[in-house]
Design a protein around this ligand. Structure first.
Ligand SMILES: [Cu+2]
Length: 150
């Protein structure tokens, strides 16, 4: 037979755990956020580029190094879904897209990937949010979402 106090502690612990698990799944659904993936590395990720897959799907391959991101400016049509791939050629950098809940690490020898949909026109700033040396504050890039898709 459980002590009353013991029973209350167990009920409280189970309630808090259930709330915690519920809020993880709730946030996953409510934010509709693609979970960040880490991909197997190969040399093709070291070439910074923007690729158009089809009318509304793009891929941007970012290369971070002290102290800039390439491509520095990318143009994307409104309504596009964009896969972002990020790697680094030297030290660990951060990769944060304003207003988009994107928070990746740029790791040498590793590739981080996430998918973002740009439904509103605008200039989306990207900054390094991992201190990486004396030029850290200058590390930024932009995704410019400014023209309607064809
Ligand atoms: Cu950096």
């Amino acid at each position: 037979m459980l002590d009353r106090y013991e029973r209350n502690v167990i009920i409280t612990a189970l309630t808090v755990s259930a709330l915690f698990i519920f809020s993880i799944f709730y946030a996953l659904g409510a934010k509709r956020q693609d979970v960040t993936e880490c991909l197997p590395y190969n040399k093709t990720y070291e070439t910074a580029r923007v690729e158009q897959i089809d009318g509304r799907t793009y891929q941007i391959f970012y290369v971070a190094r002290m102290w800039n991101f390439e491509p520095a400016i990318s143009y994307i049509p409104v309504g596009s879904e964009v896969d972002l791939f990020v790697t680094s050629l030297d030290v660990v950098h951060g990769f944060n897209v304003f207003d988009k809940n994107v928070n990746l690490m740029a790791v040498p020898g590793g590739v981080s990937k996430t998918t973002v949909k740009f439904t509103e026109p605008g200039v989306y700033k990207i900054v390094c949010h991992e201190f990486c040396g004396t030029g850290h504050q200058n590390m930024e890039a932009e995704i410019i979402v400014n023209y309607p898709r064809k």
